[in-house]
Design a protein around this ligand. Structure first.
Ligand code: BTN
Length: 329
């Protein structure tokens, strides 16, 4: 019962250095002291250290190095008041696939899936998302927006630019967003987004927002072919980050951005944010889509979020999808 673990861990986080009494937790959760003790024992086996301090109670003096879903969920609730059920897995093929399986099995969204390793992490356009156990975040959030499909058109773009803005402000980084869904810092890719949806009749029924964020990876953690282009938050900030705190801040921000999107769509500030973080505007690129290539200069986005590309004849093309490669100078 991860919700109980979350509530117990929340009590320790709130208490900080003050001892927490097992009796109090038991009373608040309506559990027996023995079952709270049993839970603490299980959490200990998962890497937590609870030190008995006098007869008053326990202090949480260590947390696992690897992301622990209940601890992330506890931090999300403390930060944002939101209760997000979060499934934590050691290894899974893909957190997006697991979220889809959970939805198909009847689990009610919203919920999240976190994994330490993905054995078949998926990127856009059928690519593989490198997902080793290297301190990075592999996360899927499942939602049921029940909005018309056309209202979701700009969802990934909006979520990406809002997250980029959050990371820029929170860590003082020079973030950029590469259309449609890459987050870059100093030209290196920090994160990628893969949104998958199931549409029923006229509504987007199930929406899985998958995001891979390089959190604490060091350069040697990336495969050689990615070392020149991939970065991580820790490398950008110059020190390792507390994975639980950082993941919780990111998740709380994504949940707020999702709610804002459902209520307001792209939002009145989208155009300004996109202009501020747009990596491609004015750059000469080649866009490949469905086996075809188009070269030109990027001229921003249209109202629907399509990329505007001006070719050498001065014609402007609006592209809804594709892989953008910068032209070598
Ligand atoms: C891309 O840049 O091509 C998108 C990468 C998306 C990767 C994330 S990791 C969590 C989730 N599960 C997956 O299999 N993919 C997404």
């Amino acid at each position: 019962m991860p919700e109980i673990d979350r509530t117990i861990l929340e009590a320790f986080l709130v208490a900080g250095d003050t001892p927490v009494s097992g009796d109090k937790i038991a009373r608040e959760l309506g559990l027996s002291r023995v079952s709270v003790w049993g839970r603490l024992e299980r959490l200990r086996r998962e890497g937590f250290v609870f030190e008995a301090s006098t007869r008053v109670g326990y202090r949480m003096t260590r947390v696992p190095e690897r992301l622990h879903a209940a601890l992330v969920a506890a931090r999300v609730r403390l930060l944002s008041g939101r209760e997000l059920p979060l499934l934590g897995l050691e290894a899974v093929d893909s957190t997006n696939s697991e979220a889809e399986r959970q939805l198909a099995a009847g689990r009610e969204p919203p919920f999240g899936v976190l994994a330490a390793v993905q054995t078949a992490g998926r990127g856009r356009l059928g690519r593989v998302w490198h997902s080793k156990d290297n301190g990075n975040l592999y996360l899927s959030l499942a939602f049921r927006p029940l909005l018309a499909p056309e209202r979701m058109q700009m969802f990934t773009l909006v979520m990406g630019v809002r997250l980029g803005h959050f990371l820029a402000e929170r860590f003082g980084l020079k973030m950029q967003v590469k259309w449609p869904n890459d987050l870059l810092c100093d030209g290196r890719k920090l994160a990628g987004i893969l949104t998958e949806a199931r549409i029923d009749a006229d509504h987007v029924r199930d929406l899985v927002f998958g995001i891979g964020i390089n959190l604490n990876a060091r350069e040697k953690d990336f495969p050689p072919e990615l070392r020149a282009t991939a970065g991580s938050l820790a490398l950008a900030v110059g020190k390792p980050l507390d994975p639980h705190r950082t993941a919780a801040e990111i998740i709380a921000h994504l949940l707020a951005s999702y709610e804002k999107f459902v209520a307001e769509g792209k939002g009145a500030d989208f155009a300004e944010l996109w202009t501020r973080y747009d990596f491609l505007c004015g750059k000469k690129v080649t866009v490949s889509m469905l086996g075809k290539e188009l070269a030109g200069t990027v001229a921003g986005l249209d109202e629907s979020g399509a990329l505007l590309l001006r070719d050498s004849k001065g014609n402007t093309h609006a592209l809804n999808a594709g892989e953008v490669t910068l032209k070598k100078k």
